[in-house]
Design a binder for this molecule. Structure first.
Ligand code: BDR
Ligand code: CA
Length: 317
């Protein structure tokens, strides 16, 4: 089987960084054509710099990074420095990642997405999104015909049955730009949603953190340092044994779909102002009889997930 050709749209962010590393350590399964950045965890300038810093960590100056939209389609940007620190990639030790060894490409992320889809055969490219869906929605709005050439969208976002993590109802990525999410969820492309229902099972326990630290001489200690910081806020908030590692679920599914259980159902996005703003309303029992538009991850094997990540980090040695 040939590798999945992907564009990774992200807002690094600790767990986005892990998604990038998992993708780039898996060349047999993943062929990453480029990284596009969205505003989310921190403002766009920082998410872009952070993507470049993650590449610097693995001494990769080949993968191009394309800067995307600076704010959501509607409203002001909401960020998450409380979770990811002021830089968006703060570490437990206070040591920062190496500075970028390359600069971002001057082409806009949305143009890169559309040009890439146009040039590739129809139904070949997977769009992976681990941040707010602004860039994807902008691309869809500019040129729906080209956008629909994508094979599928695999995203981290939403919560079908789990409470929200930014409001009682909403998950962060969808909450930041629910209007973008609404247009993507209605795009009729095949969508695979990795929301809090499954990511909340992927807990970075201390033994998993230790295994990650020892996984690779080159990146293990730095990744563990990042995750040590990431664990602080969420451990306090949830009272669990560590933070949930959300974003790499998308890439892990592309590599090893057997880790996850999926169920197709209708999912709609609440965009009315009020306590449910940004909620992904998922119809488990098909009570609406609406078209089942989204493949929702409803379960996942966390041991297999962390084994995969730990093993793959060794690729960089
Ligand atoms: C999502 O929000 C961000 O803070 C994380 O990077 C992840 O994409 C989890 O709700
Ligand atoms: Ca993210």
């Amino acid at each position: 089987m040939s590798a999945n050709k992907i564009i990774l749209d992200c807002d690094p962010g600790h767990d986005d960084a892990l998604a990038i590393l998992l993708a780039l350590s898996s060349p047999k399964e993943i062929n990453c054509l480029g990284i596009t950045t969205s505003a989310g965890n921190v403002p766009l300038e920082l998410t872009t710099k952070n993507a470049l810093k993650v590449l610097a960590l693995i001494k990769n100056n080949k993968i191009e990074v394309y800067k995307g939209c600076p704010k959501p389609l509607v409203g002001e940007l909401v960020t998450a420095e409380n979770v990811h620190g002021e830089s968006g990639l703060d570490t437990g030790s206070g040591t920062s990642l190496p500075e970028p060894i390359s600069s971002y490409n001057n082409k806009h992320a949305v143009n890169f997405i559309l040009d890439t889809l146009k040039e590739a055969p129809n139904n070949e490219i997977t769009l992976v999104a681990t941040g707010p869906l602004t860039n994807l929605a902008a691309a869809f709005s500019i040129d729906p015909q080209t956008f629909r050439r994508a094979k599928r969208i695999v995203l981290m976002g939403g919560a079908g049955f789990e409470p929200g993590n930014i409001t009682p109802a909403a998950e962060f990525n969808i909450y930041v730009d629910p209007f973008a999410a609404k247009s993507i969820f209605q795009s009729e492309l095949e969508i695979f949603m990795f929301g809090l229902d499954v990511t909340h099972k992927m807990i970075i326990t201390s033994s998993r953190l230790k295994a990650i630290k020892n996984s690779s001489n080159m990146v293990g200690p730095s990744v563990a340092d990042l995750l040590t910081f990431f664990n602080v806020y969420d451990t306090k908030k949830y009272g669990w044994d560590g933070a949930p590692l959300h974003d790499p679920c998308t890439i892990a599914w592309l590599i090893s779909p057997d880790i996850f259980e999926m169920k197709k159902m209708s999912v709609e996005i609440e965009t009315n102002n009020g306590p449910a703003y940004g909620r992904t309303v998922a119809d488990w029992f098909n009570v609406t009889n609406k078209k089942k538009n989204i493949n929702v991850a409803i379960n996942g094997n966390s041991d297999k997930f962390f084994e995969l990540i730990t093993k793959r980090l060794n690729f960089f040695d």
